[in-house]
Design a protein. Structure first.
Length: 248
């Protein structure tokens, strides 16, 4: 399977891997990579970098929205092979080390296997290495508040609930919000499209996830790049409001 690279704006690319997205921000020869897909997506990840004219050694940093296996998959590979720093919210650093795991338990998935889409999704997870653990040996918290000195100048925005340290990334000059799993536009286990929360079983604290929609609604932007689903165009505040309406 080949990842689909979509050019969103100048130096901004949304990549659709196998059920999970990542974002490539380019600036000259340097790259910021936001998330890395499943462990089994590594060939697609490397191919997507090549497609935008880059290479793994050009990645200035990997930013992680949250340390679930379908977003953390190749972060340790890039750190170990190329010395790429892996940056997260301070509350997510121990999660990336696998000091603990805030991820849907296998038993919960099995109890929900009767729901539409869950069983095919679970099979895909297994085939993509989604139950493997690839902890990051030396994850790092963001060095300072505000924009990061990286290609795209992303601004971390703490949006807890899906995990304690979940972070979105705001590109204010481009009007773009990279929302991770705090706000998505589709998922293999969802029968709806457009702005929404993931099904409840995926969140460590669903109520807190819903509350974080208010944080996203406060960000100025009209392009949403989610962790799952297609790019969503329109005011981010409206997307967050729609997801909240659907959640209750």
């Amino acid at each position: 399977m080949r990842a689909r690279v979509r050019h969103v704006g100048e130096g901004i690319h949304l990549v659709h891997g196998s059920h999970t997205n990542w974002v490539i921000l380019t600036e000259g020869d340097a790259v910021t990579l936001v998330d890395t897909g499943y462990p089994g997506d590594r060939a697609q990840l490397l191919a997507s970098l090549a497609e935008v004219g880059s290479a793994p050694e050009a990645v200035a940093a990997v930013l992680i929205t949250h340390a679930h296996n379908d977003h953390l998959g190749s972060a340790e590979y890039l750190r170990a092979a190329h010395g790429t720093p892996v940056l997260l919210h301070e509350a997510e650093v121990p999660h990336a080390r696998r000091d603990f795991l805030q991820q849907v338990p296998v038993g919960t998935v099995l109890r929900n296997a009767w729901r539409p889409g869950v069983l095919p999704w679970a099979v895909h997870v297994l085939r993509s290495g989604g139950t493997e653990q690839h902890p990051v040996t030396s994850p790092e918290p963001f060095p300072a508040d505000g924009p990061l000195d990286l290609p795209g100048r992303p601004v971390p925005v703490h949006t807890p609930g899906h995990t304690d340290g979940h972070c979105a990334y705001h590109l204010p000059d481009a009007g773009v919000v990279i929302s991770g799993d705090a706000l998505v536009s589709g998922h293999a286990t969802s029968r709806t499209t457009g702005p929404q929360l993931l099904p409840g079983m995926f969140h460590h604290d669903r109520a807190r996830t819903a509350a974080s929609l208010d944080i996203l609604a406060g960000l100025d932007g009209d392009v949403l790049l989610p962790g799952h689903g297609p790019v969503h165009r329109g005011p981010v505040k409206d997307a967050a409001r729609r997801a909240r309406e659907r959640a209750f």
